[in-house]
Design a protein around this ligand. Structure first.
Ligand code: KG4
Length: 320
């Protein structure tokens, strides 16, 4: 079997990532560099500038890690969305330049499915219901009737964004996830906060506002952090549980940056256990945004004949 090498570029949000994966699913390199905002949240233009400054150095780092040269690449993959407009344009431009200069095919891939597929590759999960929770996305995804479908998602802000905005508003800085988790461990005092699940969808903006108000009205920060986590994570688990029951799948997978949270992991794995489903989580390196997942998606698109131009390029022909 001919081995194809794919280089993937990720940059839907504030993290630039470059990965190299072969067609056997061997991750040969994964290099990344996040933009750390000095204050406030992620500005799309700053994210784009970060990618512009980091893509070339990261390509060099990834090649170094893999021990390969640019001439060994057969395919370029890039994250085509969903994400921040200026960030996506920068990544697409870099990917096009690379493909044109190497005269190899290019493929744009879906970022969210990338998370699911790198999860399947690194955990061995076969057909999971996936809870993907990050700074920018909150989705419950599963393969059903021939394609990936979003079973439920946030109607407003993402889970990670809710925690980050809360953290910044109460002076705990960015990113909020790790700080809020640590403070939550010091409390068992549940304050009632809005719990908003609408059908299979979720809303976090009312919860965010209410949590900030509780803090401002004098509630202890530990109690607010604890209650925010318990409320939001229960909402996530409820929708994932319903998707699991509906789809009759036997596996639950957790991914995205918020997967770092031990309490969320605990709650979700208890739910999975109650349904006799296996619980999976990729290594943290592949939970957040990364280039390897984009490169692997490129391989999957290629192996399913979804890469245009793969057949007529000289590079691929030379293997025939
Ligand atoms: O996937 P990711 O690295 O990239 C973005 O989508 O931006 O996710 C980052 C998000 C941030 O919102 C951060 O606060 C959250 O993951 N996060 C956590 C924890 N560690 C990171 N959320 C909850 N608990 C944590 N321990």
């Amino acid at each position: 079997v001919i081995k194809v090498i794919c280089i993937g570029i990720e940059g839907t949000a504030e993290k630039t990532g470059v990965g190299i994966v072969d067609s056997n699913g061997k991750i040969l390199a994964s290099q990344g560099n996040p933009l750390i905002p000095e204050s406030g949240g992620i500005h799309p233009r700053e994210a784009a500038e970060h990618h512009a400054a980091n893509i070339v150095p990261l390509i060099k780092d990834a090649l170094h890690e893999s021990g390969l040269g640019l001439e060994d690449m057969d395919l370029v993959a890039f994250s085509r969305g969903p994400g921040l407009g200026p960030a996506l344009r920068t990544v697409a431009t870099a990917a096009r330049s690379l493909a044109l200069s190497l005269n190899i095919p290019i493929v744009g891939v879906n970022h969210c499915i990338g998370h699911v597929e790198i999860g399947r590759l690194t955990t061995g999960a076969e057909d999971p219901v996936t809870l993907y929770v990050s700074g920018g996305n909150t989705q419950i995804i599963a393969f059903d009737a021939g394609r990936y479908r979003v079973f439920g998602e946030t109607l407003d802000i993402a889970m990670g964004n809710c925690i980050d905005q809360f953290s910044r508003s109460v002076g705990l800085g960015h990113p909020g996830g790790p700080v809020v988790e640590k403070l939550a461990l010091k409390s068992r005092n549940h304050i009632k906060l809005p719990y908003t699940v609408k059908g299979m969808d979720l809303s976090f903006s009312g919860l965010l506002t209410a949590a900030i108000r509780k803090y401002e009205s004098g509630e202890a920060i530990e109690d607010v952090c604890y209650s925010l986590q318990e409320t939001a994570f229960s909402m996530l688990v409820e929708v994932t549980e319903r998707a699991l029951a509906h789809s009759k799948k036997r596996e639950v997978m957790l991914c995205g940056g918020v997967a770092a949270n031990n309490r969320l992991r605990e709650m979700l794995s208890i739910m999975a256990e109650e349904h006799y489903a296996e619980f999976h989580m990729p290594p943290m390196k592949y939970c957040g945004d990364n280039g390897a997942m984009i490169a692997w998606m490129g391989q999957l698109m290629h192996s399913h004949s979804l890469v245009k131009g793969m057949e007529d390029t000289e590079v691929i022909q030379k293997y025939r």
